[in-house]
Design a protein around this ligand. Structure first.
Ligand code: ADP
Length: 495
């Protein structure tokens, strides 16, 4: 909404009635309120009561003269524009008055047009002044708002428990909060301005931050979280994001650092507990399983059908428990980094060919086609633990067989994807709903649908696969469409 400007009032102070009345008539016709006073005293009196922005002031008057009136007006309000009315004889005095702060002058006698010109000039000056004042006020308000906003953001950042560090495009630190200083053991008076490596003693993270700062990671989803430890006692998780300008240019990076030491300790305690319990349970369970098998064998033909069914079920269930315990022990070993990997150069086509051959028997019992596809030319070998790779692809192919209907098809495809070997296990089976896709790699997670409810499993296969792939510095992902099938893709770095 545009506000209407305040009405402007002009005061004419002149002892000559003709000048007063004539000026009032002309100025009112120009659209301004006009007041008149016949002496300096009367004029000052009016100014004491009413607002006038422009004063036309005669210099030669009986009583206090114009120069004194000018002085007192200025003392009252320096913003009033005073136009001196002067006879030719006093032109020098008029100049003197201008030096003392009068805005303009008009010599007597004057034509209406001359008066209009000086008044218009004064009005222009007035509106310019008002516009400038308005702009200045707005600028002050905006600055004040910005100041408040900055203080608020600073207060929020400073009070966050997580460390925050902001870098510019050169990877130099431009902002950090107290939590960052505490987590990184920096001295309390540590100032920003240095390359990030002066603050963080973890080479890999510094490199990642410099890469993000210089715009090498514009795809946000591409940036991995970075876990690191200081002195092997405290553990941290860092996440970096680029700061993009209006034209999507990279201005730097924002990195948050969270202390995950407690989570790590809990996780270790949990893994140790699971490993201990699993270990304690494994031998008695194996004994029970063996004894059940023995009893079933010895009493073959002597048991009633229902007793035989009961004992067989008990044997199956103990077998299920034993494999769950085996999986749990494997998982604990992978998570604690305790897998003794025997690295050997491996020709992956050969290894997969053996697994496909072995699991082909199982696929054939479901009338499924299981094929391996690979390029004609031999692919580069990778250095890895063959047992780990057998476990990874054995699990993935077994899943594909289990979660695909009779008569379905499973393709194991291997090729190069950049510097990685890409292995895909593709089935046209039951598929997985999208909302479960990132959960299937969690421990014990199983999708139960009408079709998969009766398939036995532990929910530990994919977490083991993921742990092993990551221990080989690789990545695994899954895509799937319900009723159409699933594709599990493993990327393994060559060399
Ligand atoms: P398990 O197979 O022992 O249940 P996993 O960890 O291997 O455990 O798999 C977790 C879940 O992911 C499975 O229960 C199943 O619901 C789903 N899943 C895994 N592979 C496939 C697949 N190829 N097709 C459909 N669902 C699958």
């Amino acid at each position: 909404m545009q506000s209407t400007p305040d009405p402007v009032t002009v005061l004419v102070i002149d002892d000559e009635k003709g000048i007063r009345d004539g000026s009032k008539r002309i100025i009112e016709r120009m659209g301004y309120n006009t007041l008149t006073a016949e002496s300096g005293e009367a004029g000052l009196d009016i100014l004491g009561r009413a607002d006038a922005s422009v004063v036309l002031l005669d210099l030669k008057m009986p009583g206090i003269d114009g120069m004194e009136v000018l002085k007192r007006i200025q003392a009252m309000d320096r913003d009033i524009l005073v136009i001196i009315i002067t006879g030719f004889a006093t032109i020098e005095t008029a100049i003197e008055a201008m030096k003392r702060g009068a805005y303009d002058f008009i010599p007597k006698p004057f034509e209406p047009d001359q008066l209009r010109i000086v008044v218009n000039r004064a009005m222009d000056k007035l509106s310019l002044k008002r516009a400038a004042e308005k702009l200045e006020n707005e600028r002050r308000r905006t600055l004040a708002d910005l100041g408040t906003e900055r203080t608020r953001i600073h207060t929020i950042i400073d009070s966050l428990p997580n460390g925050i560090v902001v870098t510019n495009a050169d990877g130099k630190v431009v902002l950090m909060n107290p939590a960052f200083g505490r987590l990184m053991d920096l001295p309390p008076d540590c100032a920003s301005g240095e390359p990030v490596s002066a603050y963080i003693k973890e080479e890999g993270l510094c490199k990642l931050i410099v890469d993000i700062s210089s715009g090498r990671h514009v795809d946000f989803d591409d940036i991995p979280a970075y876990e690191f430890s200081l002195g092997g006692e405290r553990f941290f998780m860092a996440r970096g994001r680029p700061v993009l300008g209006e034209r999507k240019e990279c201005l730097g990076a924002v990195v948050t650092i969270v202390d995950i030491t407690n989570m790590k300790v809990l996780d270790r305690l949990k893994s140790e507990f699971v490993a201990k319990v699993s270990h304690e349970l494994r031998s008695p369970l194996s004994t029970i399983h063996e004894q059940l098998a023995l009893v079933l064998n010895d009493l073959m033909g002597q048991l009633s059908a229902s007793d035989e069914h009961l004992l067989s079920r008990a044997k199956e269930k103990t077998q299920g428990l034993i494999s769950t315990i085996g999986d749990l022990l494997d998982l604990s070993r992978i998570e604690s980094g305790n897998i003794c990997q025997e690295l050997k150069p491996i020709q992956l086509e050969e290894l997969l060919d053996n697994i496909v051959d072995f699991l082909g028997t199982r696929a054939r019992t479901k009338n499924q086609e299981l094929v391996l596809e690979h390029p004609q030319a031999p692919l580069p070998t990778i250095k890895a633990d063959p047992l780990a790779l057998e476990s990874v692809f054995g699990n993935l192919i077994t899943n594909a067989i289990n979660y695909t209907q009779n008569g379905g098809k499973i393709v194991v495809r291997i090729d190069m994807a950049g510097i990685n070997l890409r292995i895909q296990v593709i089935d046209n089976g039951f598929g997985i709903e999208e909302r479960y896709l990132d959960k299937i790699f969690d421990r014990f997670f199983r999708v139960k649908t009408d079709k998969t409810r009766f398939i036995t499993g532990t929910g530990l296969g994919l977490p083991i696969v993921k742990g092993l792939v990551e221990s080989l510095k690789g990545r695994i992902s899954a895509e799937s469409t319900p009723e159409k099938g699933s594709t599990f893709t493993v990327l393994l770095p060559v060399g």
